[in-house]
Design a protein around this ligand. Structure first.
Ligand code: C5P
Length: 402
């Protein structure tokens, strides 16, 4: 699960002009399923009203530590306990300094002091302030304590200056909050994922390809990154946004993909080959556009290297290899022989003809096949959820190896 369903997020809003963007952040968090509790500093209320954020979050916004309008539970302790993730967005130089040095003089910093949950801080301030060594030192103190920072963007700032200091995009802040809520069980792993189709050129205008959209591989890459892995995504041509925090290596043909994967293999812990690689390519690629003639025409095709099979022969003992197979008939037998032939630890098999499976859908229905001869049929589910399960199962196999 890469969402926030059933999770509570405490969002602290501090006093910069970007405070108005908190409304957007809250709305996105709620769309991901989170229960959001907002705490504001007094100065934040100069930029956006508590009422606005109360309506957006659906929960009472807390500003004043000494408000008499309280429940019997000590408010800052109850918020600190209730949270799964604690976020500060926008975070001023002031709140970062207080957090780094243990000052707790308002509701935000007092709650911060009492919480033990993962923390995400998105700074927003004038460039001069952001670049000030004291601010940078405070950021690195907090980073060493495990706080995730969402780097501010560069651009024209509200004060008229240009430079680094603009609050990161709400989408990116929400991504970091989602990642912070997830178990970091893939920390220390380097995972190479392949995704999408390949294109095999016939001439400068035409190519042979397939219907793969890359959705499954991109979901796996994003899920692994959020769980703490270093992820390299070797991707054929797709129209998806690059996943956050993932190194994307764009390739076009099967030969490009082969070189990109094999040259990186030595430093990889897991290889997940979800790409739909073209098995054949035209024997000759015409230098100029082929002219149509009155009669029929044929294109001679030659075999592409089977990247997965080559990984199967070159793999080191500690590495895990996961292949994918798409079939239209006799799914289990065909997939079992593929797993063995290509020397994989696990194979994700799907039948293109099953409702909700295959290319271009947001869902998939697969059976997981293991090297020990067992298999596990899974229900129809979102590709995002399936990505999580594929990684869970690989982690179990990895632990068995130790
Ligand atoms: O043999 P088949 O193409 O059905 O196997 C699919 C699996 O093999 C996928 O994991 C795919 O990424 C991989 N593959 C490959 N190189 C090829 C063809 C398929 O790595 N040339």
């Amino acid at each position: 699960m890469t969402g926030l369903s059933g999770k509570s997020v405490v969002l602290c809003v501090t006093g910069g002009i970007a405070a108005y963007k908190a409304a957007d952040i809250i709305s996105r968090l709620r769309k991901k399923g989170a229960d959001v509790f907002v705490i504001m500093t007094k100065s934040a209320t100069e930029f956006i009203t508590p009422l606005t954020l109360e309506v957006m979050s659906g929960n009472r916004v807390v500003v004043d530590m000494f408000s008499r309008d309280f429940t019997w539970e000590v408010e800052h302790i109850s918020l600190a306990k209730r949270a799964d993730v604690f976020a500060i967005a926008p975070a001023t130089a002031n709140v970062i300094g207080k957090a780094a040095h243990g000052i707790a003089d308002d509701m935000v910093t007092t709650t911060l002091m009492a919480t033990k949950v993962p923390m995400v801080i998105a700074p927003a301030m004038n460039t001069g302030m952001y670049e000030n060594p004291v601010v940078q030192e405070n950021i690195s103190i907090l980073e060493k304590r495990g706080v995730r920072f969402v780097q501010p963007a560069s651009g024209r700032l509200a004060c008229g200056d240009s430079g680094k200091g603009k609050l990161a995009e709400p989408e990116q802040i929400v991504h970091e909050i989602c990642a912070a809520a997830m178990k970091q069980d893939l920390k220390g792993k380097t995972i190479l994922v392949t995704a999408g189709p390949t294109r095999e050129s016939i001439d400068p205008v035409r190519f042979i390809s397939n219907h793969s959209t890359g959705k499954m591989g991109y979901a796996i890459a994003q899920n692994a990154q959020m769980r703490g892995a270093k992820v390299i995504l070797v991707s054929g041509p797709v129209s998806l946004d690059a996943p956050y925090g993932v190194e994307v290596v764009p390739v076009i043909s099967a030969l490009d993909m082969h070189d990109a994967v094999i040259s990186r293999l030595d430093n990889i812990d897991w290889v997940i080959k979800s790409a739909a690689v073209g098995d054949y390519r035209p024997a000759n690629v015409a230098g100029e556009k082929l002219k149509k003639k009155d009669n029929d025409m044929s294109v001679e095709l030659v075999r592409n290297p089977d990247i997965l099979a080559e990984i199967g022969t070159k793999r080191q003992k500690h590495q895990l290899v996961c292949g994918f197979s798409m079939e239209t008939e006799d799914l289990l037998n065909n997939s079992r022989s593929k797993l063995e032939k290509k020397n994989c630890d696990m194979l994700v098999a799907n039948n293109l003809k099953t409702e909700g499976a295959g290319f271009a859908h947001d869902t998939n229905v697969v059976t997981l096949l293991y090297r020990d001869g067992t298999h596990e049929p899974l229900q129809l589910m979102q590709k995002d959820d399936l990505a999580g399960i594929v990684l869970d199962r690989l982690l179990q196999l990895d632990k068995k190896k130790d």
